[in-house]
Ligand binder design. Structure first.
Ligand code: EPU
Length: 337
C-alpha cells in the first residue's frame, strides 16, 4: 500500500498529462483498501470534494481512457491486485480488477477459452474495462460478464453486481453513474468464456484479415485483431492518447441513413464519429500541441507536452464543426476529470 501527497499523475495517464493529485494511493488487498478508506487525510479530502458537489474520489485503472483537465484536488485510488483464476471447467474465470485486460485475452487463448479474443490489445485494466464496457470488432466485455464484485464504500461490505444490475449499454454502465461511482469499487470481475469455438468475425476488416486462413485458431483471431489495432491506433508509449476520444453518436435512422452507419435498432443508427470528423477536415490536423491522429480521426493525440486545455480546446472545435456540418452532437468517450 502506498500513499503520496501532491503526486504527479504523469505515469498514470496515457495522454501524458503532467498534472498532480492532492493524494494518490495504491492498494493490493481489500484490507489495504479498507485501511485507506479509514485514513484521516483521505476522509478529509473526500468530504471536501463532496461539499463541492464532486465525486468523493476518482478510482483509475491504467489511465488509458481519461483526460485530467488540470490538477485533481482530491484522492485518486488505484488497485494493484492482479491475477486470473479458473472457477470451473466450463470457462468461468475470476479476474482481479488490476489485471491488465490484454493479459486476460492472452490467458484465455492459452487456456482455449473463446470470447475475449476480439477485445485483444484494448489498453487498460479489467476493473476499468467492466465499468467502461470496453468493446471492439462486434464484441463488448458485457457479453462475457457474469458478475462484477465490488467493495460497497457506503455499506462497508462486498457486493456482487450481476450483468443485469450493471445496466450495460454502449460504453455505459451503472458504475459510470455518479451515485454508483462514488459507492462501489470494483475488486474483481467474473467472466463466462466458452470452451468450444464461437468466433465473431462479422467486422469487415477482421473477416478480410482472416480470409487466407481456412480454419482460424483463437491465436489467429487474436493476432488479426492486434494487427488491425496496431495499424489504426497510435501506441500511447509513442504518442500520448486515450483511444477513441469521442463516442459514435446514436441518431435517428430517418434523418441520417444516407451517412455510413452501424444498425442499432429499427429507428436508430450509430454513425462513426471518426468519419464525421474526417469529413470536417480534421484528420491529421495539429492545433498547438494537440492533434487528430493521421490514421483514425476519432483519436486525439498529444503531439508532445500538450496541456489539458489544448486537448479540450481541440475537442470543442471538433464538436462545433461536426454540429455545424451535420447537425449531430458528438460527445467525449474519455472520462474528463
Ligand atoms: N472512418 C473514417 N475516418 C476516420 C476513422 C474512421 O472514415 O478517420 C470510418 C472507417 O473507414 C470505418 C468507420 O469509420 O468505415 C468505422 O471506423 P473503425 O472501424 O475504425 O471503428 P470506429 O467506429 O471508429 C469503434 C470503437 C473502437 C473500436 C472499433 C472497432 C468507439 C468510440 N470506438 O471505432 O474502440 O476499436 O470500433 O470495433 O466505439 C476505443 O473505444 O478506444 C476504441 C478504439
Amino acid at each position: 500500500m502506498t500513499k503520496s501527497y501532491n503526486a504527479s499523475l504523469l505515469p498514470y495517464n496515457t495522454f501524458g498529462m503532467d498534472v498532480k493529485a492532492s493524494l494518490f494511493a495504491e492498494y493490493e488487498t481489500l484490507a489495504e483498501l479498507q485501511t485507506l478508506l479509514a485514513d484521516e487525510d483521505i476522509i478529509r479530502l473526500m468530504n471536501q470534494q463532496r461539499e463541492k458537489g464532486e465525486l468523493p474520489f476518482w478510482h483509475i485503472g491504467s489511465g488509458s481512457n481519461l483526460l485530467f483537465k488540470g490538477d485533481y484536488p482530491g484522492v485518486v485510488l488505484h488497485c494493484l491486485s492482479r491475477g486470473i483464476s479458473l472457477l470451473n471447467d466450463q470457462g468461468l474465470i475470476e479476474v482481479q480488477a488490476g489485471t491488465t485486460w490484454d493479459d486476460v485475452c492472452q490467458w484465455c487463448v492459452d487456456h482455449s477459452l473463446y470470447g475475449a479474443e476480439n477485445l485483444s490489445l484494448i489498453p487498460g485494466e479489467t476493473g476499468a474495462g467492466a465499468v467502461q464496457n470496453i468493446g471492439a470488432y462486434g464484441v463488448e466485455i458485457k457479453d462475457l460478464i457474469k458478475e462484477v464484485v465490488c467493495w460497497d464504500v457506503e455499506a462497508s461490505c462486498v457486493c456482487r453486481l450481476s450483468c443485469e444490475d450493471m445496466q450495460y449499454g454502449y460504453r455505459a454502465s451503472l458504475l459510470k453513474q455518479p451515485d454508483a461511482k462514488s459507492r462501489y469499487i470494483v475488486t474483481s470481475v467474473i467472466l463466462q468464456l466458452q470452451t468450444t469455438p464461437v468466433f465473431h468475425l462479422e467486422y469487415a476488416g477482421l473477416k478480410q484479415a482472416l480470409a487466407e486462413i481456412p480454419s482460424p485458431t483463437l491465436q489467429d483471431v487474436r493476432n488479426a485483431v492486434i494487427a488491425i489495432r496496431q495499424g489504426k491506433l497510435p501506441d500511447p508509449k509513442v504518442l500520448g492518447n486515450a483511444g477513441s476520444f469521442f463516442k459514435n453518436p446514436v441518431v435517428a435512422r430517418s434523418a441520417y441513413e444516407h451517412l455510413p452507419h452501424y444498425d442499432v435498432s429499427d429507428e436508430l443508427i450509430k454513425v462513426p464519429a471518426g468519419w464525421l470528423i474526417e469529413q470536417c477536415g480534421w484528420k491529421g490536423k495539429t492545433v498547438g500541441r494537440a492533434g487528430v491522429y493521421e490514421k483514425q480521426s476519432l483519436v486525439l493525440v498529444n503531439r508532445g507536452g500538450a496541456r489539458p486545455e489544448e486537448i479540450i480546446y481541440l475537442c470543442q472545435e471538433i464538436v462545433k464543426s461536426v454540429k455545424e456540418k451535420f447537425g449531430i452532437d458528438i460527445e467525449p468517450e474519455v472520462n474528463l476529470i
